[in-house]
Design a protein around this ligand. Structure first.
Ligand code: RIB
Ligand code: CA
Length: 314
């Protein structure tokens, strides 16, 4: 089946979520049916307002936004560290003319997945934050798995260690029970762990190239990215911050820029030191069949060429 890809994005904007949303809004290959929000980088009201602000910046007010869950299934809420108090760094975007819809994100996701199942073409569900909304939808209505062609998620970490604990990546650690539900739901998963997203480094050279491209929103995008710059050359190998979430949209648009390895992935829920760790069986040691394609290598130059070109065209 051809034509624009039916897509739903679940996110917690967040600076890198904002860049991912802009890439999606700028890509006619995608039939973006809804943006769902979940508490993550900042609290639910703010991530929802930020999603509406970014939608406005992109000029895509026709795409509905739905607010979802205010925190994890179990345990306290863990806030992000790298998006500033308002969630969009130091960038002040105008108040959105249109806010979120009244329906809950979980209810809307269930309806959209059932609609897609009826069309015979499942959703591509892109998750950029904690998986609370997705887990609840799958638990509430397991039938919706037939309406989700794949979940493309930014989350987890394997060989590079965690970013919010020594073992665990934020999106999974913020709601590890939700992540475990999603990995066990039987929906095809494409996973962009930190091992992949650390390769998407917005170096000063790359950000300067974005600024030089002109375009209506490139200066704003460069400002967002510059604030987000999690400078840690010792960890990433060179200056600049990793653009985690845009790699999810990048894979949907250009999977040829990536390679992947199949693995069975589960989430550590019992550990104290390793709580929220994604444990990948890449060598069939457990007898469990693979439940995810784990993205491994990124053609970073190709990815940034795509991302900058789409941002400049918005
Ligand atoms: O660990 C990185 C992830 O956590 C990104 O999605 C970032 O936006 C935050 O949600
Ligand atoms: Ca995010």
């Amino acid at each position: 089946m051809t034509g624009p890809i039916p897509v739903v994005i679940d996110c917690d904007p967040g600076v890198d979520d904002a860049i991912a949303l802009l890439l999606a809004f700028a890509s006619p290959e995608l039939d973006l049916r809804a943006v769902l929000t979940v508490a993550g980088n900042v609290d639910l009201p703010l991530v929802t307002e930020n999603a509406c602000k970014v939608r406005e910046l992109a000029g895509r007010a026709e795409v509905p936004v739905f607010a979802g869950c205010p925190g994890p299934l179990i345990g306290p809420r863990m806030k992000g560290k790298y998006s500033g108090a308002g969630g969009l760094g130091g960038t002040l975007l105008p108040a959105p003319a249109r806010g979120a819809e009244a329906a809950h994100a979980v209810d809307r996701l269930i309806a959209l997945a059932r609609e897609a199942a009826g069309e015979g073409r499942g959703l591509t569900l892109c998750t950029l934050g904690p998986l609370t909304n997705v887990a609840l939808a799958l638990r509430h209505s397991p039938d919706i798995a037939s309406g989700i062609a794949r979940i493309v998620m930014m989350g987890g970490a394997f060989g590079v260690g965690g970013n919010r604990s020594p073992t665990s990546e934020f999106n999974v650690l913020a709601d590890p029970h939700a992540a475990e539900i999603v990995f066990g739901a039987g929906v095809p998963i494409v996973m962009a762990p930190l091992d992949l997203t650390f390769q998407a480094l917005a170096t000063p050279r790359r950000v300067a190239a974005l600024r030089a491209m002109g375009g209506r929103i490139t200066a704003t995008a460069a400002e967002l990215i510059t604030f987000y710059d999690r400078n840690d050359p010792a960890r990433y190998g060179e200056p600049g911050g990793p653009l985690h979430d845009p790699t999810v949209i990048g894979w949907v648009l250009r999977p040829d820029l990536f390679n992947s390895r199949p693995a069975h992935v589960g989430v550590e829920l019992a550990g104290t030191r390793s709580y929220g760790q994604t444990v990948g069986d890449f060598f069939a040691l457990t007898g469990r069949p693979p439940n995810a394609e784990v993205l491994a290598r990124l053609d970073a130059e190709g990815f940034f060429a795509l991302l900058w070109q789409r941002l400049a065209a918005l």
